[in-house]
Design a protein around this ligand. Structure first.
Ligand code: GAP
Length: 467
């Protein structure tokens, strides 16, 4: 077997293990699973929703709570249909699609070209992609039946239509689900300026859902049809974009590192093809276990396109007036946008570890404690000793007011540690017979396995300091 094949097998193996752990431990379930599953849809299970919420909270803390000049928002998903005309989504939000003439499987042409080393992306024109496809398609095989006979490339619009508010049954003027979450920020730019002390430069942050009729949802949470995006839009004076853009790129990179991602698993990559209105675009890429570095987050210099378009289509003046000079202008926008599913997959992939530990192999999620679904697990040493159970319940109830705490009295202590390791719980607390006399418990650290004796009265502070 070639080195390349060996590497691919190892990566597939790791990806399978991560997917299996996510299912086995209640992180992620296939959407509509009992009906056979729905492509590109995933449900977050009991531990998944905790991890997801912790990611959102950490992101919000970084982008709103810790900053002077960022404001939060949560805009409605349904928007006036003209929004998507103004943004260019009804005409230009598409992926290049070709169909296998033998089995009708649809392929995303830019991705298939990428696999054989031909640089292409969805921002290229239909004609340019067709030209490239014709040139190279002899090397592309249908992923389902292996045939090599495809239709021409056509641009397939990704917007998802709804019949919201349509009572005619004809749905001639469909309302769209959001193709990207950020449009709600542009629609509320004026509201935020009018109702807060926001002065340029300032940012608006939002976590919102988006829906895309993806041709080939793939790689677990990486490409889904329903997604959630965490966006910031930073409004700056025209042409005062360069310095702020560099800083935003660096800050975003450093944030991932501060959340436990190794710098060598991240890289910043500039786009080769820009959409016509953009001044610059970079991705933060992560070294995903399925096929190496791929886009985690987009960082885009969008010029004044968004507000100009919405001003034109809505007829509302979206100029900003400088409170000191009276100067009027349409701000430029620097955007960061990341899918929560991709962040989730990134953090889980980075944390997934198999290692020799105490003479056996264990699987452990070495998540940053601030992200761990459960912060503390409390175990009575024996579940059939009421005095231990009562004391352990007291500790459990005291802690769960402050941090997400889990009770576990099932199986031997070693088994309980293994279960908590697999969901990434940083601390396990054992209440034993000594606790009844010294009012102290054993706290075991997930990563080192080291155990410390801590007084119950000091426990809350001890844990708070570590997470
Ligand atoms: N407002 C800009 C925007 O939506 P994008 O590059 O299309 O830009 C931004 O998306 C981020 O959203 C991506 O970097 C990725 O993290 C996430 N994303 C995009 N499409 C996705 C999909 N189908 N499934 C999961 N995440 C997706």
């Amino acid at each position: 077997m070639s080195e390349k094949n060996k590497k691919e097998n190892k990566e597939n193996d790791l990806m399978e293990k991560i997917v299996s752990l996510c299912k086995r431990r209640g992180f992620i379930f296939q959407g509509s699973e009992i009906y056979g599953g729905m492509a590109g849809m995933y449900d977050y299970g009991p531990y998944g929703v905790e991890l997801l919420n912790n990611i959102k909270a950490a992101w919000w803390k970084e982008h709103v709570q810790r900053r002077d000049n960022y404001f939060g928002l949560d805009s409605a998903m349904f928007k006036d249909s003209r929004v998507w005309e103004a943004s260019g989504h009804t005409s230009g939000f598409s992926d290049p699609l070709a169909e296998c003439k033998k089995c009708n499987t649809r392929i995303r042409v830019d991705k298939e070209l990428g696999k054989i080393g031909v640089n292409a992306d969805e921002k290229m024109s239909e004609a340019d992609l067709n030209k490239l496809f014709i040139e190279h398609k002899s090397k592309i095989k249908c992923p389902k039946c292996g045939a090599n006979d495809f239709t021409e490339v056509r641009a397939f619009n990704l917007l998802v239509k709804t019949n919201m508010g349509d009572f005619t049954g004809k749905n001639e003027n469909p309302v769209y689900l959001p193709g990207e979450a950020c449009q709600g920020i542009y629609l509320n730019f004026k509201n935020v300026v009018d109702t807060t002390r926001a002065k340029i430069p300032f940012g608006i942050a939002q976590i919102g859902k988006a829906f895309r009729n993806e041709i080939s949802p793939r790689n677990f949470l990486f490409r889904t049809r329903e997604l959630e995006q965490a966006d910031t839009q930073y409004f700056v004076r025209p042409n005062e974009n360069k310095e702020a853009y560099e800083k935003i790129k660096q800050d975003r990179f450093n944030w991932y590192v501060s959340m436990g991602i190794k710098p060598e698993n991240l890289r910043l990559k500039q786009h080769e093809n820009l959409v016509f209105y953009a001044a610059d675009a970079w991705d933060i890429e992560y070294n995903f276990p399925f096929n190496g570095f791929d886009e985690l987050e987009g960082i885009h210099d969008r010029t004044n396109y968004d507000l100009t378009q919405h001003m034109k289509y809505s007829g509302t003046d979206l100029n900003y007036t400088d409170p000191n000079t009276g100067e009027k202008y349409i701000p430029w926008i620097l955007e960061t946008s990341v899918g929560l599913g991709r962040m989730f997959l990134t953090f889980i992939s980075e944390a997934y570890t198999e290692e020799e530990f105490g003479g056996e192999t264990r699987t452990v999620l070495k998540l940053s404690p601030s992200l761990s679904p459960i912060k503390v697990a409390v175990f009575p040493l024996l579940k059939n000793k009421p005095e231990l159970v009562t004391k352990a319940r007291q500790v459990y109830e005291m802690l769960r007011d402050d941090v997400r705490t889990e009770w576990d009295d099932n199986g031997n202590i070693g088994k309980r540690y293994r279960r908590q390791d697999e969901i990434g719980t940083p601390f396990c607390i054992v209440i034993d017979f000594d606790t009844l006399t010294d009012d102290a418990v054993t706290v075991r650290d997930r990563d080192t396995g080291e155990q410390e004796r801590i007084k119950i009265a000091d426990l809350k502070n001890y844990i708070k300091e570590k997470i």
